[in-house]
Structures are given as structure tokens and as C-alpha cells.
Design a protein. Structure first.
Lengths: 550, 328
């Protein structure tokens, strides 16, 4: 028995240790260990999910199976045995022979991973031709067959296109075809659907799963999303800070997690937030707004109307390009609308930001997706938070410092952070500082633009809880822009669903999320992965039946 | 019909962009001509005085001014001059009374000949050295190439020129130290004559192009698609040549064109050192003689060279960009 298993083992990583040299500013360079003593085995044709938060070392481990380290990353210990031989002993030449032949890689952002200067087909067959495993004609034929299998439109001619001529979801499938084209034994999928919209993700996920099953290729599937990995993997390995936390069958990990950390990951989505009934009068009303960028005839917002009530949260949800961020820009005056008005406390706000008085500016604050680029890297936390205090309230000296300390306390960070620079903060801490900065102005409304999208699930969870607490304390309203329906469920009082510049569904959370649904909301809701084995098949089947019914 | 339209649509887009660039270039050239003309007008001194000298009588000065049309308003004189330039008449040199266009023709050709051969060596050499530097980046090969290139740029042209003359003309006497060329000179002799100035020019422009090539490619080397290529098992050189270089081509062409322009308009010092009968020496001669019509004509030609090479760089970048050639 043991012998038989040994024969079917494709990849056997033993006591892997990976290090990197980092260059902290103002300090001598130092070595850090990214992966501590991790071992794993993968049988032929099986899928192992590697999951964890950023910095868990999952991509680093995945790439080690190709003998590759990003930047100054080095494998300093252990063995990586692929098809019975330790690839770490093969040297550079050995790596080149196995990359693109035995092991292929599918990157997170196919849009960036394809060379913009070459046609897709040339890139898809490149590895096959390089390793001489097939003639060009045979490789192209195989590529077209793979395009068909991955349900790409116009499989015969899509290879003639350049990357910019193909959508993101399609590119991700072309990239999967590229990995499968040289008939490797193992594919490393590195967050292949993370950059996609939910409604696109489900199709790509289904295509990847079918392709893996039909070609009997083994895969390491790297993601931070347990619900996604539960759909495709046979086994799941949970990693944290470069160490193994738990390794088991998919069912065991999501149903009976043995470790506390795994449990936290599994239950991360659950925040209880009782919907508040809207008050009598909204303090901010958006009425029939139509907007376009430049002199373009394409309207990014079409006749959009929403109301925001004091101390409540309006969640605006939609896919990329639906106009949700543009709505925020129209409300703040960054993009003056062509038609329609924004009224605040019963009077219209000036369309253009430059025409608004300071007091109006103070009342509307923003928090952004990328906290690190929203902060001046050369200003301390104290300066960052203190600036609006000086600007809006004229606070100086001790008064200002006291208020900064109070705000730091509110975001659960404490006075010790006053003199820190953004580079010394974690992603979650940076976002907290941005929250404190917006609160400093004592606004009536904070616009939150995808504020948790760039954060790990557990960190995002903490930020959402903080936002809800602050809402209670300060009676501040949120215009919460997101593509993530789970977040909407946990934080919203009312919801606006946007699609191609229009609000397709709008109302209290309980109404919007209850049937009967319109087609788009139904599609959106049914596309959110659930942490349940077999969800993907069910969802795809439901969709086919729906389209057959039409 | 439909296919026809599909093929034509992107082409016309590119053509429109190119026409736009060219017309902007012409506009710019007109603006430069105004500046050159205005500049020479502001300069103190008087053409009639310059021609007749200090001892001229007021009557003869007035007569000459009348003859030369110097009493007309400036804009009329400008358009008269511009009209001449457009029809190929660059005016008459004050110092020698010769037709400027005729004297410039041979000299411009000489300068272009020298610049061409310097470029033929310098451009491929710079790009290949840039590629090698990227391949062995941060290693000793990279540092050696960068160091030598930087050294050759840091030395002034006249220093490099004299060092070359000392070794190759004086000590070993392989090439002539004075690059006299004349009409009807056999090609081989001509090549031998320009060897040292061409070498000096190559050394001067090499580093800039090489370093920009290196920087442009290194910038692209950070891209995700370069990682994809590495993970396909491509060798380091294949990654650079096939995946990095095509995406770095626009900035590289830009710096190449800037240096080509320098080879043509910036050769003044080198031409003077090697006594090479080109545009640069011609310009220097007539600046010392305060021969305003010649300075105007040469200035305008240099501006035209600069602008047209930059337009070529722009057009090359447009053609090289698949997004413009193959719209969605």
C-alpha cells in the first residue's frame, strides 16, 4: 500500500525553509525566514489548496515547486522532490527544463501576466515550442482545443488577438490554457480568480475545475478565500506566518476545523448587524444624477437617486465598471454631474468641489481602498490625524495632541503610534489611521470606497466591527462602496445594487436581499461562493437552468 | 466590404495620429523660425554697418538699408526671409557674398555622412551593451559596462578627440589626425578620414543610449509578464530579447533619436578639432564673423533636424504600440 502511494506521489516537499533579505529603512539589511519547516505531498491528478492571509508564505511555497523565488527569496533548506528527483539539486539549467514543461504557473492578474506586445497564441504555445514537446501546428491545435474546453468565445481566432483586446475573465482562462498547453504534471494556480468580479469568477472557477478534471493534471491552488478553495481542492493546507497550521481533507477543514486559527478563517464572515429603520428625513439626497468622464458620450451614471439617513449605512454594491466609485466622486464634487443634484440638510451642494465652502467639505469625508497610498509616507500618524483638526477646527498644541490621542484610542491603537510613520504600520493599522483622519473632521457622512478589499479577511473583519462601533458612538453615516456581498450583509442598513451606471435595485437591506429578485441581483447573489462542497456545481446548474428557462 | 472596413479602421487611426504629429512638428518649426528671426533682430548691431564697416558715410548706409529692405517693418522682413527659405533661398552670406544654400549643401552632406557612420556603430553597440548589462545586472559585467560608458561620457569631446589623435594619428599613425574631405574623394579614403571623429562621437553618445536602454528594460523587467516568461523556462537572454525589449522600445527609440540629433547638431567641437568641413565648423566660422544670415539659416536647419528626428521617434512609438495598431 505504502509503496503504491509512493509511486503516485508527484510532489514531495520536505522540511522546506525559505529566507529573504529585507532592507528596512535606516537599519542594516537582515535575513527573515518566510517559510519554516513546511512539508507537503501531492499525488498525481490531485488538487491541494494552500490557504492563508498575506505573508503566510503560500505563493512562496507554490513557486518553490518551480525552483523560483521572487526578489531576493532563497530556498535555504529542505527538499523539493518532483517526479522522484530533488529539483533543488538541478541548478539553473535544471529549473529551466522543468519550468513550463513539468510545472506551469497561472498568475493572479492575467492582464499583467500577458506580454502586451505579443499575440495571445504566440504566448500560449511559447513554452511548448521552447521545450520542443510538439510542433507549432500541433501546439496550436492543442491550444484551440483548450480554448474550447475553457469555453472561450471564438476559440479558433481568439489566439490572434492581443491581450488588451480580451476581457479580464477571458484572459484568466487563456492563461489556464497556456499552462495546460505544454501538458505539465503540475500547475500552480496563484489566486487565479481573486482579481475578477464575482459573476466572472464563478465561470472561470468552473472552467478551471473542468480542465483540471479532464486533463488529470495535479494542482497547487493558492488563495486567501476558503469558499473558493473548497470548490476545487481535494485537500486543504492552512498556513500562517510561514508555518503549517492545519492540513486535511477539504470537508474536514471547512466542517470540523481542528485549529482555532482555521476556525477563525471559516467563520470570518459572520458579523451580526441589525438593520435600522430609516428615519423620517434623509440628510443627504442624490437626485437623478447623470455623469460622464470628459466630453465622452458614454454615461457612467444614469439617472441615479439614493438617500442617506443620519447614522445609517447605505451600501452601494456592483461589479467593476458599474459606476459605484463614480457615484462617490459625484457626491464629493470631484466629478461634477451633468444633470441632477445632491442636497445636504435640505439645501443643494455646489456641483464642483472648488465651489463648496469649508464647512461642506468637513461634513463629507472619504476613506479609500489603498490606505498606504492615501497617506503621506513622510508624515507621522500624529501629523496625519492632526492635520484636519488644525484645518477645520484651528486646534493647536496641547488641545490638538489630546484630540489626536482620543482619536487613536477610538481606533484601538493608542498613543504609542503618534510618532510612527506609515511604513511602520500594518495594512489594517494604516486603514485605521485613515478612519481616524476622517473622523477627526467630525463629519456627518464618511464615504468608504472598498475600504476592506485590500485587506486579509480577519483584518477586514476587525475594520468592519470598528466602523460599526464608531457609527454608534459618533452617529456618523456611511456610504459604503463595495463589490463584496458578504460585507454588505454585515454592515448595511439599506442597499443600492448598481449595474452599468444604473441603480437596478434599491431599498432596505431586508427587502433587497429577499426574493423575488430581479435578474441581475439574482445573478450577483448566486455567484458569491459559499463555503460548501459542491456549491459550484449547484450554482452553475442553477444558472444553466435559468438561461434555459429564458 | 465589412472586412475591408475592419482593416482600414485601425490604420486610419494610426495615420491620423501620425498626421497630427507631423503637423505639430511643422507648427513648431514655424515657431522656432520666428524665435530665430526675432533673436537676430534683438542683437545689437546693424547689417548695413557690418557690411560697410565703421568708415561708411551716413548716405551709403541709408542707401544700403534701402537696398536690403532693412527699413521695412520686421514682420515683412520675416515673411520675405521665410518665403526665401521655403523656396530654397537661404540668402547671401554677408562675409563672403556667397549663396548660403550652395555652401551649406556640401557641408550638410559631410555632417550627415559623419553622423551616419557614427550612428551605425554607436546605436547597435549601445543597445547590445544595454542588453548585456541587464542580463548580468548588478554583477561585475554590468558595473564594468556602466563604468566605462560613464567615463567616456564624462570626458569632454575635445579631450577624447585629442587622446584619439595622440594615439592613432601621432603615435601609431593609423588614421589621419586632420579629417579633410573633398568632393569626389574615394569612399575608402573618406572613411579613413572620418574614422577618428566618428570614434570620438561614438564614445560621447554611447553611454547615454546604453544607460537609457538598460534603465528602460530594467523597468519592464519588474512586470508580471517577465515573471511569466521566466516561469516558462526561457533563458535569461530570451526573456530580455523577446519579452522585455519589445516593451521598452519606445523609450529606447526616443533616446536614440535624441542622440542622433546630437550627432548632427552637436558635432561643432569635434568638427573643429578634426578640421572636418561640416555644418558645425561652418557655423563657428560665421558666428565669429557675426554673419547673421548664415547663423539664421544654420539655426533653422538644426532645428528642423531636431524636430524631425523627434517626430520620427514619436511615430515609431505609435507604430510599436499594439494598443494603437490593434484597437479593441
Amino acid at each position: 500500500m505504502a509503496d503504491q502511494r509512493a509511486k503516485s506521489v508527484l510532489l514531495d516537499i520536505r522540511n522546506l525553509r525559505i529566507e529573504a533579505t529585507v532592507f528596512p529603512p535606516g537599519e542594516p539589511p537582515k535575513n527573515i525566514v518566510l517559510v519554516h519547516d513546511v512539508s507537503l505531498t501531492l499525488e498525481k491528478g490531485k488538487v491541494l489548496g494552500l490557504i492563508g492571509e498575506s505573508g503566510a508564505g503560500k505563493s512562496t511555497i507554490g513557486l518553490s515547486s518551480m525552483g523560483y523565488g521572487r526578489g531576493g527569496v532563497r530556498i535555504t533548506g529542505g527538499e523539493v522532490i518532483l517526479n522522484g528527483r530533488d529539483i533543488l539539486k538541478g541548478g539553473k539549467e535544471g529549473f529551466r527544463k522543468l519550468r513550463g514543461r513539468e510545472v506551469c504557473y497561472v498568475a493572479q492578474s492575467a492582464a499583467a501576466a500577458f506580454n502586451p506586445a505579443h499575440r495571445l497564441m504566440d504566448q500560449v504555445v511559447e513554452a511548448t515550442l521552447l521545450h520542443g514537446t510538439a510542433t507549432r501546428a500541433a501546439a496550436e491545435k492543442r491550444a484551440v482545443a483548450l480554448f474550447k474546453k475553457l469555453s472561450l468565445p471564438n476559440p479558433e481566432s481568439i489566439g490572434e488577438r492581443f491581450p488588451h483586446q480580451v476581457s479580464g475573465g477571458q484572459l484568466q482562462r487563456v492563461m489556464t490554457a497556456m499552462a495546460l498547453c505544454s501538458e505539465p504534471d503540475l500547475i500552480v494556480f496563484d489566486e487565479p480568480t481573486t482579481a475578477l468580479d464575482v459573476t466572472t469568477q464563478i465561470d472561470v472557477l468552473a472552467a478551471i475545475k473542468d480542465a483540471i478534471r479532464d486533463t488529470h493534471v495535479a494542482a497547487l491552488y493558492i488563495t486567501h478565500d476558503l469558499a473558493v478553495v473548497a470548490q476545487v481542492s481535494d485537500e486543504i493546507m492552512v498556513l500562517r506566518h510561514g508555518r503549517l497550521v492545519e492540513w486535511g481533507g477539504t470537508r474536514q477543514i471547512i466542517k470540523e476545523p481542528r485549529q482555532e486559527y482555521t476556525n477563525a478563517l471559516v467563520s470570518v464572515h459572520e458579523i451580526e448587524h441589525q438593520e435600522q429603520k430609516p428615519g423620517t428625513t434623509p440628510f443627504l439626497s442624490v437626485k437623478n444624477i447623470t455623469a460622464a468622464y470628459g466630453r465622452s458620450h458614454i454615461k457612467v451614471l444614469k439617472n441615479v437617486s439614493v438617500d442617506i439617513y443620519p447614522g445609517q449605512t447605505l451600501a452601494v454594491v456592483g461589479e467593476s465598471g458599474s459606476g459605484k466609485s463614480t457615484l462617490a466622486r459625484a457626491v464629493t464634487g470631484l466629478l461634477p454631474p451633468e444633470q441632477g443634484t445632491v442636497t445636504f440638510d435640505g439645501r443643494p451642494l455646489a456641483n464642483r468641489l472648488a465651489d463648496r465652502p469649508k464647512e461642506d467639505l468637513r461634513q463629507l469625508q472619504m476613506i479609500y481602498q489603498m490606505a498606504d497610498v492615501a497617506m503621506n509616507p513622510r508624515q507621522t500618524v500624529g501629523t496625519t490625524i492632526g492635520r484636519p483638526l488644525e484645518f477645520y477646527f484651528g486646534l493647536r498644541g496641547r488641545q490638538r495632541d489630546a484630540r489626536v490621542a482620543e482619536l487613536l484610542d477610538k481606533i484601538e491603537m493608542g498613543k504609542g503610534f503618534v510618532d510612527r510613520y506609515p511604513a511602520e504600520l500594518s495594512g489594517g493599522q494604516k486603514q485605521r489611521v485613515c478612519i481616524a483622519r476622517s473622523l477627526a473632521a467630525k463629519p456627518k457622512l464618511i464615504i468608504c470606497d472598498e475600504v476592506t478589499s485590500a485587506l486579509d479577511p480577519l483584518v477586514a473583519h476587525g475594520i468592519l466591527k470598528l466602523l460599526l462601533e464608531l457609527q454608534k458612538e459618533e452617529n456618523v453615516a456611511y456610504l459604503f462602496i463595495t463589490h463584496d456581498l458578504a460585507t454588505v450583509k454585515s454592515i448595511a442598513d439599506s442597499i443600492a445594487v448598481m449595474y452599468r451606471g444604473e441603480v437596478v435595485r434599491y431599498g432596505a437591506k431586508s427587502q433587497v436581499l429577499a426574493p423575488p429578485f430581479d435578474d441581475y441581483t439574482d445573478l450577483l447573489l448566486s455567484s458569491v461562493p459559499e463555503m460548501e462542497i459542491g456549491w459550484l456545481e449547484k450554482a452553475i446548474k442553477g444558472r444553466r437552468m435559468a438561461s434555459a428557462g429564458n | 466590404m465589412l472586412a475591408d472596413g475592419l482593416i482600414r479602421a485601425p490604420m486610419s487611426h494610426i495615420v491620423r495620429l501620425i498626421v497630427q504629429r507631423v503637423s505639430l512638428g511643422v507648427l513648431l518649426l514655424v515657431a522656432v523660425s520666428v524665435l530665430i528671426f526675432a533673436g537676430t533682430q534683438i542683437l545689437p548691431g546693424d547689417v548695413a554697418q557690418a557690411i560697410l564697416g565703421q568708415s561708411a558715410t551716413p548716405e551709403s548706409l541709408a542707401n544700403l538699408r534701402e537696398q536690403l529692405g532693412l527699413n521695412d517693418p520686421a514682420f515683412i522682413r520675416y515673411f520675405r526671409w521665410l518665403g526665401g527659405v521655403v523656396t530654397g533661398d537661404l540668402g547671401t552670406a554677408m562675409s563672403s557674398g556667397q549663396d548660403i544654400a550652395t555652401s551649406i549643401k556640401g557641408r550638410l552632406w559631410n555632417t550627415l555622412f559623419l553622423a551616419f557612420w557614427a550612428a551605425v556603430v554607436a546605436v547597435p553597440l549601445a543597445i547590445i551593451l544595454g542588453l548585456i548589462a541587464v542580463r548580468y545586472r548588478n554583477g561585475w559585467v554590468d558595473k564594468l559596462i556602466s563604468g566605462l560608458a560613464l567615463a567616456s561620457t564624462s570626458f569632454p569631446e575635445f579631450f577624447i578627440g585629442y587622446v584619439l589623435v595622440y594615439f592613432f594619428a601621432v603615435k601609431y599613425q593609423i588614421f589621419p589626425g586632420i579629417s579633410t574631405v573633398y568632393d569626389g574623394m574615394p569612399f575608402g579614403e573618406r572613411m579613413q578620414a572620418i574614422m577618428l571623429p566618428a570614434a570620438a562621437l561614438t564614445l560621447v553618445v554611447l553611454a547615454h543610449m546604453m544607460r537609457m536602454t538598460r534603465a528602460a528594460i530594467l523597468n519592464v523587467m519588474q512586470s508580471a509578464y517577465v515573471e511569466t516568461a521566466e516561469l516558462k523556462g526561457l533563458s535569461a537572454f530570451a526573456v530580455i530579447r523577446r519579452h522585455a525589449f519589445p516593451n521598452a522600445i519606445a523609450p529606447i527609440i526616443n533616446v536614440v533619436m535624441l542622440n542622433l540629433a546630437y550627432l548632427i547638431v552637436g558635432v561643432v567641437v569635434v568638427e573643429v578639432i578634426f578640421v572636418y568641413p561640416g555644418m558645425g565648423q561652418y557655423l563657428v566660422d560665421h558666428v565669429t564673423k557675426r554673419d547673421v544670415p548664415v547663423v539664421q539659416a544654420v539655426g533653422l536647419i538644426f532645428a528642423a533636424v531636431y524636430i524631425s528626428l523627434n517626430i520620427i521617434a514619436d511615430i515609431a512609438a505609435i507604430v510599436a504600440n499594439p494598443r494603437l495598431g490593434h484597437p479593441k
